[in-house]
Write a new protein. Structure first.
Length: 144
């Protein structure tokens, strides 16, 4: 397939979208095999990358209602995967979140499961295809 990436962004989007969506779905399934829902994995990953983030900040970032986010965070806390920081001395309403040791172990299990699945798939590709994917990794990160 030849696409002029300078001019035909819609054709490039059409070419990339199906594969990206399929890989995303399959990686979500791998999280479930590790015993964690895809949403739990996403929320744990967010908190791990943004320690001290509040539920409101997470709701905004994940485009979710605050009450819905609060329910998910309560479930993660009850599972022992996250803890709430003590209220801020500057703003008593601000309560940050942190991943616990148990939550870190869950994240590690998810990453291992997903990486093992992905490595297995990558092994079926040619060296040339793997080099092309490696070159595509930074632009894909910028897209996300």
């Amino acid at each position: 397939m030849t696409i002029d990436v300078e001019d035909d962004l819609m054709a490039l989007a059409e070419a990339l979208r199906p594969g990206l969506l399929r890989v995303s779905r399959l990686l979500r399934r791998e999280a479930q095999k590790a015993g964690v829902s895809a949403l739990d994995a996403q929320l744990l990953g967010f908190i791990a990358k943004h320690p001290g983030a509040t539920g409101g900040e997470m709701a905004e970032a994940e485009q979710m209602s605050a009450p819905s986010m609060s329910a998910h965070l309560k479930r993660l806390q009850e599972a022992g995967w996250i803890d709430r920081d003590p209220p801020s001395s500057d703003d008593r309403r601000r309560v940050g979140l942190r991943v616990t040791t148990t939550g870190e172990a869950a994240l590690l299990a998810i990453r291992r499961q997903r990486n093992a699945w992905l490595a297995g798939r990558l092994g079926a590709l040619s060296a040339r295809e793997r080099r092309a994917l490696l070159a595509a990794a930074p632009p894909l990160q910028r897209l996300a």
